[in-house]
Design a protein around this ligand. Structure first.
Ligand SMILES: [Zn+2]
Length: 291
């Protein structure tokens, strides 16, 4: 708990006008849904970037620009909203994939959570980007443990952004098919309370901790963020009949301008939409959800 509070304090200190939202996250939930386009050709991608906590002011527009370009190139229809009231059974049924793009805080009401979980496990696709799995304060066990797969415990600080070697473990997945065996990447590197490898996820990319300093140094805080040899940063798995994918990469604008990120996200969304790679079927039962 002390570690979590320290991370909250740290984020508050470094985030300027974001500080109040980190210390006092909003619990606002939307009740009036957005108006969807009359036509949403398949595959249809819902991009959701509601922030009730820390807001990645740089990453959100940069990521949206990349997703718009990928949609044009790959033939997706894309709808972006920060309105959580889109999470109803009727409206979710119009989408193949939900991209949680640097969301933060508890963004959905109980009914909206239930609608999303049902939609996902009955065949929907989830792609979570960076901050969507980087909030220490989520109060939704299924989201953290089953959908994302691990609890964020902190990110590099002092320095925050470091170049490190990302190692591609599997190139059989559509998300990593076009990536090199390893690549250099500058990132605010996340650490988690466990490796998702042991929880049934396929690790697609890990970071080599020997190539950067996985530590948090700020004022009186000195926290070791090492996970050891097994430090996943991109992973996926089937969840019921649905598909879940998470990438811890993507804090800075520059990350979304890289060919590697375009290839990763393009392949991830095609896979999450069921358009590429192995299918997820009823033969792969969901893990016991906490709630
Ligand atoms: Zn970040």
């Amino acid at each position: 708990m002390i570690r979590v509070l320290s991370v909250l304090l740290l984020l508050g200190l470094v985030s300027g006008c974001n500080s109040l939202r980190v210390f006092f996250p909003s619990s606002s939930h939307d009740t009036t849904p957005p108006e969807l386009p009359a036509e949403l050709a398949s595959p249809s991608v819902l991009v959701f970037s509601k922030t009730n906590g820390f807001r990645h002011e740089e990453a959100i527009p940069a990521g949206l620009a990349l997703l718009d370009r990928l949609a044009a190139e790959r033939g997706w229809s894309l709808f972006h909203t920060e309105n959580g009231a889109v999470f109803t059974p009727e409206l979710l049924a119009r989408f193949d994939v939900a991209v949680w793009h640097n969301t933060s805080g508890d963004v959905l009401s109980e009914d909206q959570r239930t609608a999303f979980k049902t939609w996902l496990t009955e065949g929907g696709g989830f792609v979570g980007l960076h901050g969507a799995g980087g909030d220490p304060s989520y109060d939704w066990a299924w989201y953290v443990e089953e959908l994302v797969g691990a609890q964020f415990i902190g990110h590099t600080m002092g320095p925050q952004f470091q170049e490190a070697t990302a190692i591609v473990e599997s190139r059989d997945h559509p998300a990593t098919r076009d990536l090199p065996e390893s690549f250099q990447h500058v990132e605010e590197w996340y650490s988690f309370d466990r490796s998702v490898r042991d929880a049934g996820f396929e690790v697609l990319v890990r970071v080599d901790e020997s190539t950067y300093t996985p530590e948090l140094h700020l004022l009186w805080m000195d926290t070791d963020l090492r996970m050891g040899d097994d430090h996943p940063v991109v992973w996926s798995r089937c969840l019921g009949q649905g598909r879940t994918f998470f990438s811890a990469l993507g804090h800075q604008e520059a990350a979304y301008q890289r060919d590697e990120m375009a290839s990763l996200l393009g392949g991830a969304i095609d896979w999450a939409a069921g358009r590429a790679g192995p299918a997820c079927g009823a033969s792969q039962p969901p893990s016991a959800a906490s709630r």
